[in-house]
Design a binder for this molecule. Structure first.
Ligand SMILES: Nc1ncnc2c1ncn2[C@@H]1O[C@H](COP(=O)(O)OP(=O)(O)O)[C@@H](O)[C@H]1O
Ligand SMILES: [Mg+2]
Length: 334
């Protein structure tokens, strides 16, 4: 798949994040090209793993899952926070690779071309004042080994070579923007022309390894994540689109559920805006959207199965009861 074909596929499921989609698509394309070339030429390949930076609920995990589906490669996620909380880091890491192997039904060769997503790596920061070798840093070192590419012997004796596995790390990195503002490097270069200005702005917006180090990642670890894609906070408009547009959009799902009972569901456009506004208040990106929507649907799904006369449901406001309609469009009390 070419990068543009990957982006087109992602567009069906992930709303917005256009810049991140492009960066990730090119990274993944290059990764699998490198593997093919290294195989042909029997070369060592230098792998570029990817870091996704963005607030919670902005689509980082969704994008990785979708990507793996597009490429038809096995995919697993792991959580850095839980790695930092266990005494048995290397066992936990082995378990991640083991799950990857399970996804392929034991096909080692396919597992070795998979994608591993490690979320919340920002929680591995070594805080200044903390003893060296503190748990977060220990986990970074342990992850380094598999991210660099090494044969790992699993508990059951099978060996997985991680050299061709693509590692994508994610994190919110709260406070990183402030760090970057302090270390602005390109701001004083005099420029002519709007294009130069735009390139400068792009360079300044780029997250550099030194920013990540200042944040608290060890240089060896940030050095293994040379490709960084930033996810935007979701706007109200993006949240509305998330509810309605993607293939798996929640509005589509509920319309289908009710349609299978012969009931037409209609939610008025302002309702989506009301939900989006609430979700923005909850500060969890698109995560809270599903909960709010489901809560709104609960009385509907409670009433409909008991009343076969209901053929239509209209919701005009998040703060008013749904209206139930019969086959002629007349109101029904339910
Ligand atoms: N950009 C987006 N496009 C479509 N759905 C999204 C987007 N961002 C978040 N969502 C929705 O919110 C849920 C949580 O998103 P997730 O990808 O897990 O966020 P993150 O990993 O960035 O914390 C997803 O399952 C999806 O339903
Ligand atoms: Mg996530």
């Amino acid at each position: 798949m070419t990068p543009s074909a990957i982006v087109q596929y992602l567009d069906q499921y992930v709303v917005g994040q256009d810049e991140a989609k492009k960066i990730v698509a090119v990274a993944v394309y290059t990764h699998y090209r490198k593997i093919a070339k290294a195989l042909n030429d029997r070369l060592e390949m230098v792998k570029s793993n990817v870091l996704l930076v963005g607030s919670t609920g902005t689509g980082k995990t969704l994008m990785c899952e979708t990507l793996a589906r597009a490429l038809k490669v096995p995919f697993v996620t792991a959580d850095a926070t839980s790695l930092a909380q266990t005494e048995f880091v290397s066992e936990e890491i082995d378990a991640i690779l083991h799950r990857l192997l399970e996804r392929t039904g034991g096909d080692v060769a396919r597992a070795q071309h998979g994608i591993v997503f490690i979320d919340e790596v920002d929680k591995l920061r070594g805080l200044s004042g903390q003893a060296r070798g503190a748990s977060g840093e220990r986990v970074q070192h342990a992850l380094l080994k598999i991210m660099e590419g090494a044969p790992v012997r699993l508990k059951d004796g099978q060996v997985i070579d991680t050299a061709n596995i693509l590692f994508i790390c994610g994190g919110a990195f709260v406070g990183l923007r402030n760090i970057m503002a302090k270390t602005h490097t390109f701001g004083f270069i005099a420029t002519t022309g709007a294009d130069d200005q735009r390139i400068l702005e792009r360079l300044n917006a780029r997250i550099k390894p030194t920013d990540l180090n200042e944040f608290g990642l060890i240089p060896e670890f940030s050095g293994r994540l040379p490709i960084v894609a930033s996810f935007q906070d979701l706007t109200r408009d993006m949240l509305v689109r998330i509810m309605t547009e993607p293939r798996q959009a929640i509005y589509r799902q509920f319309r289908e559920i009710l349609a299978s009972d012969g009931v037409a569901l209609e939610v008025a456009p302002p309702v989506f805006e009301q939900i989006a506004d609430l979700a923005i208040e909850y500060k969890a990106g698109a995560r809270s959207v599903r909960g709010i929507f489901e809560e709104m649907m609960t009385p509907v799904l409670y009433a409909v199965p008991d009343n076969s006369a209901i053929k239509g449901v209209k919701i005009g406001s998040l703060f008013e009861p749904a209206r139930f309609l019969d086959a002629q469009g007349g109101a029904i009390r339910a």
